[in-house]
Design a protein around this ligand. Structure first.
Ligand code: HEC
Ligand code: HEC
Length: 282
């Protein structure tokens, strides 16, 4: 899965660099044949967004997305939306809504319960920001704004921790002295939220593939989608197996599944409260 992300962002960098070097009005048709997903609607070719939708989207973004992606979209614990291929190629909310609602195959656990109308408005707000990007991946503005993540209530965070996290962690056990180990709160928030893009080491994800009549094949998961599963076998070799629906049977064991399942249910306040609590574990 990480291989995928890398190639995606590489492709994006190439595509975006190409588009930004072009003078306005340059015919993009020939170029589009060389890039898999064009950034046709990148600035300055983007149509102007409806200001009402943008205002509504800004509110919905602040309530539902900002704690992870930051007020300026550059990312907090979540990845930067300014570099998101899905967001950069969004025209009418089709990509962004799919990403928000967990329908994008790249981000199946990224599922947030916000209405279709609000999703469309958030998409308009994001596009209106992307139209202002100075150079690829740089936030609009002077880029000096700092995100303070320690704004939560540590006491609430402790209660949440005891209810939802204590089955696997303990303040006196594995997380003893955690704030000494990870002293930057922003890094800490990224570390406990554990996304794929966060620059945080990911534990190995194991997979077992069982083909009818054959011995199960076990290894480390490299990639899985509806059509293929790729894994590395214990001898180091890499194997790709075609899938057709549920055949062969694929069982993925992700040690961080509990964390990924938390994303959709964690409210902004919960995230801040937990981080504020973890900061006290000195
Ligand atoms: C709890 C944290 C969290 C919240 C809240 C959140 N996201 Fe995300 N978002 C993430 C993480 C983590 C990823 C990367 C997921 C992955 O790698 O599987 C991500 C991925 C994305 C991406 C794709 C980035 C890329 O690299 O292409 C977009 C776009 C996005 N989020 C938009 C949103 C929007 C819009 C909202 C609000 C409706 C939102 N997110 C709410 C954490 C969050
Ligand atoms: C079902 C078990 C489970 C639950 C529930 C769970 N975690 Fe975790 N957590 C893990 C595993 C597994 C790891 C990854 C260990 C690794 O990277 O090898 C982890 C990693 C972490 C880390 C990083 C530790 C380090 O050394 O970097 C923190 C912090 C953390 N979890 C906090 C939380 C918080 C806060 C909650 C509740 C909101 C929570 N966890 C819920 C299993 C769980």
């Amino acid at each position: 899965m990480r291989g995928w992300n890398t190639s995606r962002s590489l492709r994006l960098r190439v595509a975006a660099a190409a588009v930004f070097m072009l003078p306005a009005g340059f015919a993009l048709r020939g170029l589009a044949q060389h890039i898999e997903t064009s950034t046709f609607n990148s600035s300055p070719l983007r149509p102007k967004e409806d200001p009402k939708a943008v205002a509504r989207g800004k509110k919905a973004y602040e309530a539902n997305c900002q704690s992870c992606h930051a007020a300026d979209l550059r990312g907090g614990p979540g990845p930067s939306i300014l570099r998101s291929q899905g967001a950069l190629t969004d025209k009418n909310g089709e990509n962004i809504t799919a990403i928000i609602q967990g329908q994008d195959k790249m981000f199946p656990n990224h599922k947030y319960a916000i209405s279709n109308d609000d999703s469309a408005a958030v998409a308009a707000f994001i596009r209106s920001n992307l139209a202002l990007i100075g150079s690829q991946g740089r936030a609009p503005g002077d880029g000096t704004q700092k995100l303070n993540v320690v704004v939560g209530n540590a006491e609430h965070g402790k209660q949440y921790f005891e209810a939802k996290c204590a089955s696997c962690h303990s303040a006196e056990g594995d997380l003893k002295g955690y704030a000494k180990k990870v002293s930057d709160p922003k890094t800490m928030q990224a570390a406990w939220l554990r996304g794929n893009h966060l620059g945080v080491p990911q534990p190995t994800i194991k997979v077992t593939v069982t083909q009818t009549g054959a011995k199960p094949v076990e290894g480390t998961l490299i990639h899985v989608d509806d059509f293929l599963v790729t894994l590395q076998l214990p001898d180091g070799s890499v194997k790709t197996i075609r899938r057709n629906g549920d055949i062969p049977k694929v069982v993925v064991k992700d040690p961080l599944e509990a964390h990924r399942n938390l994303w959709p249910v964690l409210a902004d306040n919960d995230i801040h409260d937990i981080t504020a609590y973890l900061v006290t574990l000195k």
